[in-house]
Design a protein around this ligand. Sequence first.
Ligand code: GDG
Length: 492
Amino acid sequence: MPRPNRRVITVSNRLPIVVTRDEEGNVHVEPGSGGLVTALAPVLRDRGGMWIGWPGITQDEQIPLDDLIGQAIRQSGYELKPVFLTAEEKRLYYQGFSNEIIWPLFHDLQSMCNFRPEYWEAYKRVNRKFAEAIAENVRRDDFIWIHDYHLMGVARELRDMGIQSKMAFFLHIPFPPLDIYLKLPWRFEVLRSLLEYDLVGFQTLRDRRNFVQCVRTLVKEADVYGKGQVVSVKLQNRTLRVGAFPISIDFNEFARLAESEEVAKGAWYIHEHLPERKIVLGVDRLDYTKGIPERLEAFRLVLQRHPELQEKIVLVQVVVPSRREIPQYAQLKEEIERFVGEINGQFTRSGWVPVHYIFRNLNRLELVAYYRTAEIALITPLKDGMNLVAKEYCASKVEEDGVVILSEFAGAAAQFQRGALLVNPHDVVGVAEAIYEAYTMPVSERRQRMRRLRHAIRRYNIFWWVDAFLQAAIARRLDTFPVLLDYIPTEG
Ligand code: GDG
């Protein structure tokens, strides 16, 4: 196990707090509740660590946060250190470099990138700002764990400031293949900064391989050795490790919630209004990587190819508002809504509307009620780091019945291949046929598949993930790893 006295300094773009304003304009701050926060909270509490990040509002909004963050600290039991950004930094570093360059490029969508040099300058400035906040708070023996694509440059800044502490990085999104990575005008700078970490973690073996291929090609002195989940990269004066750590969820929390009376009531209510119909569920942030228009096309196709499913099946598509300041996201929303309108216009009959479209944030109970009640989960991203919705759906299927249709380009595909129906999201006929297969699948097969999935997700949950990462980073032990297979499609 990692040395118990080592504090963990977690750094992410966003602090794990939610800042809201009520009707009277009063500002409230509550601790966040995602899986990562749940898993890291006990680690931070026990070791006296801290979380550094942007609270989500800009300096220009002039909201005094000190007292409110103080309250959030008392509730969470560990330190929270805000890094404040100006409105311009938010626009150039967050919306610009992070979400108009790295996000599309790393999801293989290079034509959607907006490679503006001022975005890069702002990214470096803000990464330095984060590094300064870390440097002010770090002690020599601390372990610094930096998350995600917004902060790839922090290690370089920290080393330039002379910080020698152990540092690790985890990328929540995919790492692209060499040919795509090469398009990045700042490819050497980004790679060089990543190589300053002591451990770089990816979601899947494929991402890890892509990264290693970029290092081998672009960094002449790098020598890569080892095989399996974690390999070593030897540079002139240091060696770092690079590994695959598939992130997960707090399985028990979802299962417990799914068993609660409130969720059972919610699930009953949803089905009561859709009697005799199977529910196909899609849940996604509004994002062009999630493949929502392609999925709607597949749903339209299954209704055409198998008309006996009409009036027997509904698609509930939840889209959670996200990044709406970026024009491509606003366009995507319009495209989805036009498409939903077309399908409903074409197929609706008295008493049956084929697509139920929800554009808002559901609360946890509502979300789990949908998971629990839907017979089929339709999760078809064009590319996704992992996809936690797939894991949450399985954890919530406490009756061990339900079929997952999952994109082979989601990081989760490797772990799901023996339980889910894996599809190529671009093959809309294939996805339509998978919906038909899920609809007609015998109950014994559904249960067998769902049990397998639940077993794996229960075992390799978020607590396992945090532990595996910390062990690889601090204790340099690797023995908790399962065999992580790639998914390779086979013919026929
Ligand atoms: C990035 C990577 C990787 C969704 N709708 C509602 C809601 N959600 C929650 C889900 C889930 C989360 O949002 C979505 O997580 P995903 O993993 O599916 O996708 P990204 O947001 O793109 O996350 C991804 C992940 O990081 C972790 O490493 O898996 O590949 O892209 O937890 O529950 N939550 C609530 N209401 C909703 O309506 N409360």
